[in-house]
Write a protein that binds this ligand. Structure first.
Ligand SMILES: *Cc1c(COP(=O)(O)O)cnc(C)c1O
Length: 371
């Protein structure tokens, strides 16, 4: 079976995990500090970087640290990982779903603007599949309305945006390092911002709100006498996860080249099929998934056909406004997208011959449909 997504691991991860074990402390300590420093170097930025235990917790803490909570609204695209919606509702704020664009899965900007009102405190914009289409305009709109902008860059780590690394600009940018992301920590996340107040608040909130505990832990100390002023969480990263992240970070550019190469191959080979790739070839982007649109109600049949030929596919994502917890009025593009979108395998263990095989199988499916 060709897997939809997978982490790419080697001896490097084993070696550094061994170092953590030799050092003797598996919790949050020197390796986490080092990972945060190396991330800063990789992103070529002197901004604040705070790691967390998941991408979802990074988003949750970013919203809480902005002072957003009950009575507030955060606008985000319906087509995203459910973690985005849960992160907002965990603060007591209400996630407000907006529609998306059919050609790239990104926020439909006019529809987003329609939903801004006096309760709106932030926009959460998703770098769907690794794309940053429309992000420049969304930043301008957030600024104009005085809204916080949390960019969910879970898909786009390693990509560039206007000559900077993604994360080096923008109000608040969140990454995920879960096991199938562009780089992995096993599980992990990070918040990048130049807002020192937000960053310091997140440093406290990730350790149960214990004030300045992050600094102590980096020095192998613990806070015994402290104050807590608000609800905090156990959301910090462990040394083990940070160590895996360090090994992965040193391979990040190599992974990016590979992902770009595979996407290029897909786009070339799918030209004849009538299928619409949702990613364009873009030297800046680090593509995380390879979503396509299949017109004419054939999406599910193609999914089954590929599965029976040993090819795992996915659907990114079930529109969140159709879920019981986040029920909201109809969003026509998001609902059509859900019917037509199919995600083909993309990860660094795939070979050129695998992409060939997948595209041939898609071709064969359409040949058989025609008959
Ligand atoms: C993976 C992901 C997240 C959350 O990350 P976790 O580390 O899995 O909690 C958020 N948004 C998107 C779009 C994701 O793909």
């Amino acid at each position: 079976m060709l897997k939809l997504s997978q982490s790419t691991l080697s001896h490097a991860e084993l070696k550094i995990i061994n170092e953590v074990i030799q050092e003797g402390y598996l919790g949050m300590g020197a390796f986490v500090k080092k990972f945060e420093e190396e991330l800063r170097i990789y992103l070529k930025t002197d901004r604040e970087i705070v790691t967390t235990n998941t991408g979802t917790s990074a988003l949750h803490l970013a919203i809480q640290a902005c002072g957003i909570g009950p009575g507030d609204e955060v606008i985000l695209p319906s087509i995203t990982y459910v973690g985005c919606f849960q992160a907002i509702s965990a603060t007591g704020a209400k996630p407000i779903a907006c529609d998306i664009r059919l050609n790239d899965g990104m926020i439909d900007i006019p529809d987003m603007q329609k939903r801004i009102n006096t309760r709106t405190k932030a926009i959460m914009a998703v770098h769907y599949a690794g794309s940053t289409n429309g992000i420049k305009e969304i930043r301008q709109i957030a600024k104009k309305y005085g809204l916080r902008l949390i960019e969910d860059a879970a898909h786009s780590f390693g990509g560039d945006f206007e000559d900077n690394k993604i994360g080096a600009t923008g109000d608040i940018v969140c990454f995920s390092f879960d096991s199938i992301k562009n780089i992995t920590c096993g599980e992990g996340g990070a918040v990048v911002t130049d807002d020192k107040n937000v960053a310091n608040k997140i440093r406290d909130l990730r350790l149960l709100g214990v004030e300045k505990d992050s600094e102590n832990r980096f020095q192998k100390k613990r806070s015994w006498d402290f104050d807590v002023t608000e609800q905090g969480w156990r959301y910090h990263m462990s040394n083990i996860n940070a160590a895996i992240g360090l090994a992965q970070l040193s391979k990040a550019d190599h992974f990016k080249q590979k992902r770009q190469h595979l996407v290029q191959l897909y786009i070339n080979l799918l030209k004849e099929t009538g299928i619409i790739p949702l990613l364009k070839i873009d030297k800046d982007a680090n593509p995380h998934i390879f979503p396509i649109r299949v017109l004419g109600e054939q999406c599910n049949r193609l999914k089954d056909y590929l599965s029976s030929h040993g090819i795992e596919t996915g659907k990114h994502y079930k529109p969140n406004h159709t879920l019981t917890a986040f029920k909201q009025g109809a969003l026509s593009n998001a609902e059509l997208f859900w019917e037509q979108e199919l995600t083909l395998p993309l990860h660094c263990n795939l070979k050129e011959a695998d992409i060939d095989y997948i595209c041939c199988s898609i071709n064969n499916f359409f040949q058989e449909v025609k008959k």
